[in-house]
Design a protein around this ligand. Sequence first.
Ligand SMILES: *Cc1c(COP(=O)(O)O)cnc(C)c1O
Length: 387
Amino acid sequence: MTFNLKDIVRKNIWDLKPYSSARSEFDLYNSGKNKLTLLDANENPQGQLNRYPDPLQLELKKELAYQKKLSIDQIFVGNGSDEAIDLLYRIFCNPGKDKTLILPPTYGMYEVSAGINDIEVLKAPINSAFEIDFDAVNNQITNNENLKIIWICSPNNPTGNAILKADLKHDWQAQNYTKGGMMDLPFNPAFENELQENQVRLDKLFNNFKGIIVVDEAYQDFTENISFINRLQDYPNLVVLQTMSKAQGLAAARVGFAFASKEIIELFNKTKPPYNVNELSQKAALSAIRNVEQAQKSITTLNANRKWLSEQLDTFDFINKVFPSEANFILARVKNANHVYNYLRDQGIIIRNRSSQIENTLRFTVGTMQECEEMVLALNNYQKQVQ
Ligand SMILES: *Cc1c(COP(=O)(O)O)cnc(C)c1O
């Protein structure tokens, strides 16, 4: 089974002649002129936000391309990654006919967006250790001719663990490096088997599927595992999603990214609304990603808070298990999730009850140190009350 883009794109999208906006017909961002008289887009010549934004967000993409070591035409910028999720269905899936595969428990939007687009959702649940059940995934691929998109969220929401690793060798070196080791330390041969097994699994997954595999890396900044962006050249059916909403602290601006081959990004560009990311958000995103130091500081703080909160949660009698996390939240199994949830809510502390997905589990977002302390204090009071 070889991947052929044209075979899996909806025919109407493949044939689509995109809307040509004033700002895409004349590329004023690269015109090379100092002064332009802009009478092409029926804008009001007066005001602050009177001009349409760059439909292709080139300033932002230039910086991203530099930072991620990609070319500009491998990047799509969306109104949140939720826009990219919806566009993927609209580009690849025929409503009422095609199917998608999710690995629950996972992010809810894959299923909601499939429902909106009338796409049947198949499931290959992760196992009780929160690992991918590759046999189940391969069975679904084999048994469903019309399966077009597989969603893999890693680190996964709500479990918090990285369920798919792009390259264990890089991860091992990176972890060694942050622990004070040396980048060029010889690779430990004890890992050689594990490394090869992971590679074989990845090749089998990507090469035996003629549809699209999306790796959603919304929480990538919080893990030491390397990004699947590094595997784009190996797998033409790979789409990587990232977002400004989590580590970058810009949830209100609604900016998310898809990284893929330039052929796939072309399809995104012709299917999206012409001015999908507004001017204020483009500016906010650009200034945030330029400020690498501040983002790094914020990630370091949140990772330290996560470690502290995990250790604290582990000390409570009513918490049975605190799951390891590589994201900015922690999943915990408790004795009575509804009871704890309601107690905290009454104290004005809102967490997420994930019991409908995994029995008796709560998801705690990692906040400021003060918020973490507030949480632990409230849980202390809860413990006293139930005893
Ligand atoms: C939060 C989250 C997103 C973010 O979506 P945006 O629309 O960019 O805010 C995407 N995927 C997962 C798994 C998430 O948890």
